[in-house]
Ligand binder design. Structure first.
Ligand SMILES: Nc1ncnc2c1ncn2[C@@H]1O[C@H](COP(=O)(O)OP(=O)(O)OP(=O)(O)O)[C@@H](O)[C@H]1O
Ligand SMILES: [Mg+2]
Length: 275
């Protein structure tokens, strides 16, 4: 009896440690993102300051209008970035809801845009129209960040990164593929890449990312907790593709049946709402 209790306690302890690990990993990636986005934020501020100065120096309408346009565009981008980072920091829940994965990918790319440019990574998107997936957006964003950063790191001299979104109606899943055209993963390493602490990186790179070996193990935990699948295909010298399969969200409950005539007649007397 006591053996069983101990075992349970041990399992519970493992579970608690797993959760702490996931939390630590989340904070690490948040820290990494903050350092990337702070640089970008600074660049945006420089743009705003410079165009504000330009507008003050040149009083003609055309120049001022252009300056205002640039300031507005830069400020909008800054707002998107802070919203993205705050969204990750704030959202600690594990609730799942019908989520537009295309939008989630876009939101994630906003956070990595500067980094991808810096490393000469060309991001190409091939999005089919897909149904909403039943996921925790924040967790899937964590997965995406890991996959995208791994892909970027696999192409140190720059290259192409494709993101595909498709609906697999047969399996009732949305498929998301992140493919890079980098060095690939040797066959002897491939079975280990999802192991916690497996890494071939020598610590963080110049952007402060990578090297703990927790990225993919966390990805797998998250995807499995969604009853999804994560699969890797890799060819040395050609590149690597990670495929996520995530459950399609059930259709919304149907609207109540149309109201019968008497009530409809009554409703027609109601003043239309102001649009
Ligand atoms: N797209 C890829 N191309 C080539 N190798 C990859 C790719 N993705 C992962 N790997 C290999 O799998 C290993 C484990 O990846 P994982 O994301 O778990 O850890 P990491 O990137 O080394 O560190 P971090 O915990 O900071 O993400 C990497 O060190 C790398 O050897
Ligand atoms: Mg990684």
């Amino acid at each position: 009896m006591s053996g069983a209790t101990n075992e349970l306690t041990l399992q519970q302890q493992v579970e608690i440690l797993r959760q702490q690990l996931a939390q630590a990993q989340k904070l690490t990636s948040l820290g990494e993102l903050v350092s990337t986005t702070t640089h970008e934020f600074n660049n945006i501020l420089m743009t705003i300051i410079n165009y504000a100065k330009l507008g003050m120096r040149h009083r003609d309408n055309a120049t001022r209008e252009k300056a205002f346009e640039k300031i507005l565009a830069a400020s909008n981008r800054a707002a998107k970035i802070t919203n993205g980072v705050l969204g990750i920091a704030r959202n600690r829940g594990t609730d799942r809801e019908a989520t537009d994965l295309a939008q989630l990918v876009e939101d994630t790319l906003v956070l990595l845009e500067r980094e991808m440019n810096k490393y000469h990574i060309r991001v190409e998107k091939f999005f089919q129209t897909v149904p909403a997936a039943l996921v925790n957006g924040n967790q899937i964003q964590q997965v995406l960040l890991n996959l995208l950063i791994n892909a970027r790191q696999a192409m140190s001299g720059g290259g192409r990164l494709t993101i595909k979104l498709a609906h697999n109606a047969e399996e009732n899943v949305v498929e998301l593929v992140v493919r890079d055209y980098g060095g690939g993963i040797p066959a002897d390493k491939l079975p280990h890449i999802f192991d916690a602490f497996f890494t071939t990186k020598q610590g963080p790179d110049a952007s402060g990312k990578g090297g703990t070996g927790l990225g993919l193990s966390m990805c797998r935990d998250i995807i499995e907790s969604h009853q999804g699948r994560i699969r890797v295909e890799s060819t040395v010298g050609k590149g690597t593709a990670f495929t996520l399969k995530l459950p399609v969200a059930p259709a919304k409950a149907p609207k109540p049946a149309p109201i019968a005539a008497p009530l409809a007649a009554f409703e027609s007397d109601v003043e239309p709402a102001i649009q």
